[in-house]
Design a binder for this molecule. Structure first.
Ligand code: GTP
Ligand code: MG
Length: 249
């Protein structure tokens, strides 16, 4: 078993709450309402993972399985420029974009297959300068939610989601990679998915995701990130900001 890596979020409180950062070989689930910032955190992690360990990165590349077509290269450029300012170094956004491998998932079956493609790529890059150290699935649940409607299919959906989660956990173990998935919660009670404060996927995700982060909006650019039911860390809350430069304190 390789030494667990820790990936900085760019927000000190957030990192501290996580015991140093997002852990490799684990699944970290971010859940919260639309617009709370899940995709923004994902973008920032895709930048930060490329930094050397001295700067909180893992010196690696990233695969993003994008199910909602929300990946924005321009946003990466802004975040890299933000980092340049923060570190007093001239980073080249294009160099960062080269190490972000984005795959668009068209449906849940395709999404599951893309984990195999991610593994192939990670195998190819294993001994390169930029091995894959982060896998993002944004959103983990949107396709499943859209495709499995009605109580009769609930068991099928959970079974398939479970299989998918095992696949991404294996990816994390195999490549000593961080795995970050997003999951939307409903702002209003939902007849099918029930409790609006509980993430879609309910129980199964509850057991699989090692770190569960509930993100909610606060004043202005502030967001509250809450660590929920972590097996080895105390529950806690951190305040982060989302600005033009990216994630910060
Ligand atoms: P869903 O995918 O709909 O569930 O939402 P999400 O949780 O992924 O939200 P997302 O990460 O897309 O957050 C959107 C919010 O991030 C916006 O409302 C803004 O507050 C902030 N944001 C997005 N882009 C920028 C940007 O370029 N600059 C700044 N300052 N804030 C941004
Ligand atoms: Mg999003």
């Amino acid at each position: 078993r390789k030494l667990v890596g820790k990936l900085t979020t760019g927000c000190e409180e957030f990192d501290e709450m996580m015991g140093g950062g997002i852990e490799s070989q684990s699944i970290t689930e971010m859940y919260g309402e639309f617009g709370c910032g899940k995709t923004q955190v994902a973008h920032q992690l895709a930048v930060n993972v490329q930094l050397p360990p001295e700067q909180g990165g893992l010196g690696g590349s990233v695969v993003i399985i994008d199910t909602e077509n929300t990946f924005r290269p321009e946003r990466i450029t802004q975040m890299v420029n933000g980092l340049s300012e923060k570190h007093g170094v001239e980073y080249d956004p294009e160099e960062f974009l080269k190490n972000i491998h984005v795959a668009r998932a068209y449906n849940s079956n395709h999404q599951i297959l893309l984990v195999d493609s991610a593994s192939e790529l990670a195998n190819e890059l294993k001994d390169s300068e930029m091995p894959v150290r982060l896998l993002i699935v944004d959103s983990l649940t949107a396709h499943f939610r859209a495709e499995y409607i009605g109580r009769g299919t609930l068991a099928d959906r959970q079974q398939k989601l479970n299989k998918h989660l095992h696949g991404i956990q294996r990816f994390g173990d195999l490549f000593n990679s961080c795995v970050v998935v997003t999951n939307q919660v409903m702002s209003k009670p939902d007849a099918f998915f029930g409790d609006p404060t509980k993430p879609i996927g309910g129980h199964i995700l509850g057991h699989t995701a090692t770190f569960r982060l509930y993100i909610r909006k606060s004043k202005g650019d502030k967001r509250i990130v809450k660590l929920v039911d972590s097996p080895n860390l105390p529950d806690g809350e951190a305040i982060m900001s989302i600005t033009t430069d990216g994630l910060g304190d």
